[in-house]
Design a protein around this ligand. Structure first.
Ligand SMILES: Cc1cc2nc3c(=O)[nH]c(=O)nc-3n(C[C@H](O)[C@H](O)[C@H](O)COP(=O)(O)O)c2cc1C
Length: 371
């Protein structure tokens, strides 16, 4: 696939743009995460590094796992004022999660993608997931982390994951490690921030995981303890967010929490729900079964309340409706103690464009976004 013009232009001007980034950092004196946190609700994009992204459905869409597509999403998200992009990491065999669509069979690696995105962007935070216990030497990780930190001028974040799938450990020829021991090992193995600049991220839910996250993370991804239904999520999230923040404070630290809603937004509520139904009706049942079984089967505590039908849409809380309804949902998530939303879409580039045109301005009006 030929690189879109916007990317060719960015590549051509990469070095010039990076010096601008340095100047910007100097003028407001803020680190990238501090700049993002000036917004009452941080805004992130969960980029589609995996084939099929979040939804085991064959309903037509442009979404692609190619680097060019992900780069275009990232560049556009930055232009629309998003604070961060994030990529997940997974290790699947041939056929991915299976089904006719071979859900998530193909994927590109978030660490390499964020390195490549660094010179194409200048403000947006780039977070990659790394399974730190799959045979990495800590020095390799520390060196790579420091390198991307420098390449992005302090805009890189490391989402430390310890791996919850036996099948993944087996792919690396490693005997699966018991849940709590994994976090003890992570405590040892995680690279310490370079110049205080590497943004440390984690998505723990368990006691051992939160102990680790409270000590080391700046940003914690939360999952709804009550599944994807917005009303139930907004009831369950306040104590969950409060518990995480209190835990961090016991370690003398302030952390931000961020949740990943799957957003289906159209001009009217009716159109948004029609899109929701179309995705569900075109589900690949085998891929959906396997995707759901993965989250039910692992020893992790996140996602456990999500149902099989939640997983056909994917992501975390489902936010479906008109632009006004989406912003209303964000206001509720903010009131429930979430410091940010990191959105997933079904048809990324067109959904992102609509979101930028119709939702972002309303977020500003609602006081969720500064400036
Ligand atoms: C937003 C989000 C993104 C995640 N990304 C990944 C990932 O890319 N790879 C992975 O193996 N686990 C990922 N996880 C799962 C976490 O690594 C972790 O296993 C899970 O949240 C459970 O934590 P616990 O061990 O404390 O129960 C993610 C979780 C969340 C909420």
């Amino acid at each position: 696939m030929a690189a879109p013009a916007v990317l060719r232009e960015r590549r051509g001007n990469g070095m010039a743009r990076m010096s601008t980034a340095l100047d910007l950092t100097k003028t407001d004196g803020l680190k990238p995460l501090e700049r993002a946190a000036r917004h009452p609700l941080m805004l992130g994009l969960f980029i589609p590094l995996q084939q099929g992204a979040w939804s085991p459905s064959t309903w037509p869409r442009s979404t692609s796992w190619s680097f060019e597509y992900n780069a275009e999403c990232t560049v556009r998200a930055e232009e629309l004022g998003f604070d961060l992009v994030f990529g997940l990491a997974q290790w699947l065999g041939k056929g991915g999660y299976g089904g006719d669509m071979r859900f998530r069979e193909h994927a590109i690696d978030p660490l390499l993608v964020t390195a490549a995105l660094a010179p194409l962007t200048r403000n947006i935070i780039l977070i990659s997931t790394v399974h730190i216990l799959y045979g990495w030497h800590p020095l390799h990780l520390a060196k790579f982390a420091a390198s991307i930190d420098h390449m992005s001028h302090g805009r890189w974040g490391l989402n430390v994951v310890t791996g919850y799938k036996t099948s993944e450990y087996e792919m690396f020829g490693i005997v699966p490690i018991a849940h709590d021991l994994r976090y003890e090992m992570a405590d040892f193995v995680a690279p310490k921030p370079v110049n205080g600049a590497v943004i440390m991220v984690n998505a723990a839910s368990s006691g051992a995981g939160l102990d680790y996250a409270a000590k080391h993370s700046d940003l914690i991804f939360v999952t709804s303890p009550a599944g994807a239904n917005l009303d139930r999520a907004c009831e369950a999230l306040p104590p969950h967010n409060a518990k995480i923040k209190a835990h961090a404070r016991r370690h003398g630290r302030e952390v931000k929490t961020i949740i990943n809603p799957h957003v289906i937004c159209r001009e009217t509520e009716k159109e948004a729900h029609a899109q929701f139904r179309a995705i569900v009706e075109h589900q690949d049942p085998v891929a959906a079964d396997n995707f759901y079984a993965t989250f039910m089967g692992g020893d992790q505590q996140s996602w456990k309340a999500a149902t099989r039908s939640d997983w056909v849409i994917g992501g975390n809380v489902h936010v479906v409706g008109s632009p006004e309804q989406v912003v209303d949902a964000f206001v509720r998530l903010h009131k429930a103690g979430c410091d940010g939303v990191q959105v997933n879409f079904y048809d990324y580039l067109s959904d992102l464009e609509f979101f930028g045109a119709r939702v972002v301005p309303l977020m500003k009006q609602a006081g969720l976004r500064a400036g």
